[in-house]
Design a protein around this ligand. Sequence first.
Ligand code: ADP
Ligand code: ADP
Length: 228
Amino acid sequence: MIKMKDVYKTYANGVTALNGINIDIDQGEFVYIVGPSGAGKSTFVKLMYREVKPSDGTMIINEIDINNMKEKKVPYLRRDIGVIYQDFKLLPKLSVYENIAFALEVIEESPRNIRKRVMDVLELVGLKNKARFIPDELSGGEQQRVSIARAIVNHPKVVIADEPTGNLDPETSWGIMRIFEEINAKGTTVIMATHSKEIVNTIKKRVIAVEDGLIVRDEQRGEYGYEV
Ligand code: ADP
Ligand code: ADP
């Protein structure tokens, strides 16, 4: 479902972040992206949701060749991709409920469907009783669960998380991982860039290691492979 062939990315300042990436990720896989700081992990995942565009190479996401994609089709691609950030990126003035509903309202769901889907997804992340809270009233782990709820409420085929536990304590991180495992068990592809040796070595999944803009390792049930 995600295919990259000879993908390069050089930023406007001349920094080459990716140096010829070749990868195939199937529907339903769970993949960790690991590597040192500055290796190109963020660029790699940002390409997948078209936050950045490749300088060269071929990228197919959900059977769409995104290099030749018209700008006006980008929202359709995004609909099938849920994105989760290290710093959550919730809207601070909106309630938990509204933060999640917003993702549906923009695609013109009926109010009744929105309510049902928001409450279902809040149930999945264990936050039904906090629907009226605003982000500031929640712990970091709870805010991250809201951002996961927002990312999955459209039932995307793939969830992309860039260091989702980077700002969370270890205990809270395991709770987040349990949710990712649950989403993945339902068939959603999960791609997660992470620096957590404990997580990668405990919950064994495919590991893709990036160094200097190249894939240097790609193993099923791999290890983190770096000292922290
Ligand atoms: P990682 O996520 O592994 O830390 P990044 O993909 O963020 O790696 O960065 C890879 C390289 O690209 C680094 O040298 C970084 O400084 C550079 N880089 C990242 N984003 C930009 C940008 N928007 N403009 C210029 N250079 C960037
Ligand atoms: P009930 O309908 O029995 O109150 P729900 O499971 O529907 O229970 O709602 C759980 C929580 O979500 C309640 O606190 C409810 O007030 C809140 N909630 C439901 N819909 C909305 C909404 N549109 N805006 C804000 N909060 C909502």
